[in-house]
Design a binder for this molecule. Sequence first.
Ligand SMILES: C[S@@+](CC[C@H](N)C(=O)[O-])C[C@H]1O[C@@H](n2cnc3c(N)ncnc32)[C@H](O)[C@@H]1O
Length: 377
Amino acid sequence: MDKLSAIRQAVKAHYEKYVYPRFPLLTSVRECDTYALNLESLWARFNGTRLAPTDGRILLAGSGSFSPYPTAVANRKARITALDLSKANLDRARLHTLFHLCFNVEFIEGDLINAKTILGRNRFHFIDCYGVLHHIPDVIPALQAIHSLLKEGAIIRIMVYSTGARKSIQAARTAMRLLHIDEIKTIKRLYRKADDHSRFKGCIESSYEASFDWGLADMFLHPYAKTYKIDELLKTLGEAGLEPILFAHPGALSDTGQEIARLRSLELANELSTNFILFAGRMEDSEIRLAWNRRKQIEDTVISLNPAIKNSLPLLPFKTLKPGPKLGFQNPLIDLEANRLLSKFKRPVWKSNMEPARWGAIQPYLQAMFLIETAAA
Ligand SMILES: C[S@@+](CC[C@H](N)C(=O)[O-])C[C@H]1O[C@@H](n2cnc3c(N)ncnc32)[C@H](O)[C@@H]1O
């Protein structure tokens, strides 16, 4: 067996043993927290056109055991395909979706590298590849496979480890490999003995996932976990014909060029502390996105509610709602006043029919993607 196949087999074996993430089946998500996974809203944001909910095709590339469920909540009418190397993860994900009455997900066991063969002529509007690419040794062919599965105007969400944020974890991983540590109970014993101020204890205590065995296994026992610097990530995306269209990690700037410059200077100063989360698109669709950005500055547009927010508004109008931050910044609160303002958009409203004060008031909600803007209703 060649080296790459051996790594892939080891990655699969890891996830067959350690289902990731292993949340209890009762764990539920609020629909409002899934707003950034809603395909109609993503499509509007980057393309300016409306996509009918039933037309949406979504691929979870490396779905793990949980993400099919929130994605299905955000997109109840879309057709979702969950592809993963690990049967154990898919079995758990299937249970989780059925338990929460989501029936629009198809589960396929397979390697992303073979996605074109596995998925045939299927093409997708949105591919979510969150926390997966850094576990794939031949990443460029994997990204090229993803590129070939994207429809015109499609969006991909990516999360990969950054070299800056993973420094302590990578150092601990290397030490464990050298010491032949391959059991969770040994890691826990080391933790109990570690000095209170050690980097090892620090990186365990600063991670929510490290309080679970599956999280510790993912941090320290994973057979392959590469980290990226921003320029290597951009080069890798470029080789697959992809470009970033919006960064979404904590603190990210909304302008892609400015965010890349910010990340480079944080890396130079050794101060980068987040992994990279971004939306990307096909390079050949760049003009579609640019044209939409120009058009919305000068032409009339239509504003409507993100369906995931729309469904959450009537529940308890007197209770303040704060959807969890998914685009890199804290969300505006949906209090009674915001609820009243947002409710005006349950039906699409033309920008030209809006007073300037209202147009100003909705800007934070447009930026947060609670509201969506399209060229036509
Ligand atoms: C860290 S988990 C992330 C899961 C999920 N995307 C999430 O955000 O919760 C990585 C997942 O990618 C899957 N994976 C890794 N390499 C893969 C490959 N080459 N093809 C398909 N799935 C892969 C693993 O089996 C695992 O379920």
